[in-house]
Design a protein around this ligand. Structure first.
Ligand SMILES: [Zn+2]
Length: 302
């Protein structure tokens, strides 16, 4: 019985051969780029240089990406083949098949997957115990009736090996195109660095966009306007003897205000209202305290 699952090296070689084919094709495509494709504004040397750079970068990425997918692909192939073997293993042949020529009982002598068909059904080969005539059945009991002559049917060799074409350059090209584990890891590391750099750049860009948006929304008001906003609040809560200090001007403008308030209970409300009034303006209340009937706050404007 044919076993699908092969040693891992078989799949490594298969993958490398595909990589070689893909890279050969890419190289040929680059050879086909003519100078005309690059326009006529640059010199021949510059065109040559540009072509080399593009080709090198492209080939580097192609080889690296092929390496990046290698292990996953190999595992996928191996799992597939393992599942195929299990499917064959678990399939049950129908009983009671007899020879159409001599009516003798037939026995299963081989089973295989019909991988060219959807869902890859299992097929059972029967052979007549007396005359050797063959019949072929699917695992669902349906007979396979090929349009083959009796002779062709009898001559089917299930273990026939298909001759692989000779590829003399494959070894050298594998050297050029299939990265070693070390080279592959280097590629992955540099790819990760590039990604991090890209993410960082995105983050900086987003942050500055958010900042710009915020700044666009901010209402720039001057000190007298802030003062009148505050006085409205103070009047509402019946604060008296309101005083503003001399503004201190540095990078920002700082002003201290004081007022008299009999009852401490309304402090949280006053604080909340002032903050509300200053939201989305270029002013901020840095602190607000209350002691012995005096409210004192610090404002900062930018
Ligand atoms: Zn027979």
């Amino acid at each position: 019985m044919f076993t699908h699952l092969q040693p891992k090296q078989y799949y490594i070689d298969r993958y490398d051969r595909l990589t070689v084919d893909e890279c050969r094709f890419a190289e040929k495509s680059f050879d086909k780029i003519s100078d005309k494709d690059l326009g006529d504004k640059v010199s021949k040397e510059e065109k040559e240089r540009a072509k080399n750079v593009i080709r090198d970068v492209y080939m580097y990425t192609l080889k690296g990406e092929s390496y990046a997918d290698k292990e996953t692909m190999i595992q996928k192939w191996m799992n597939n083949d393992k599942a195929r073997d299990e499917k064959i293993e678990n399939a049950k042949p129908i009983k009671g098949v007899s020879c159409l020529i001599c009516n003798s009982p037939m026995k299963v002598f081989d089973k295989e997957l019909s991988i060219s068909e959807d869902n890859e059904p299992v097929m059972f080969w029967y052979s007549c115990t007396k005359c050797g005539k063959r019949r072929l059945f699917y695992d669902n009991g349906k007979e396979y009736r090929p349009k083959l002559t009796k002779k062709e049917m009898a001559e089917i060799d299930l273990n026939e090996k298909i001759e692989e074409p000779v590829d003399e350059n494959c070894e050298a090209d594998r050297e050029r195109f299939c990265l070693t584990a070390e080279e592959g890891q280097q590629y992955l590391e540099s790819k990760r660095s590039m990604q991090r750099l890209h993410e960082l750049a995105e983050e900086v860009k987003n942050r500055s966009e958010i900042q710009e948006e915020k700044e666009a929304k901010i209402e720039k008001i001057n000190f007298p306007e802030v003062k009148s906003k505050l006085i409205k609040v103070f009047n509402k809560y019946k604060l008296t003897d309101i005083q503003f200090s001399q503004p201190e001007i540095k990078d920002s403008v700082s002003v201290i205000f004081t007022a008299v308030l009999d009852n401490e209970d309304s402090i949280p409300k006053i604080k909340k209202l002032i903050i509300n009034h200053l939201t989305n303006t270029n002013w901020e209340m840095k602190s607000l305290e209350y002691k012995l009937g005096i409210v004192k706050g610090l404002l900062e404007g930018r």
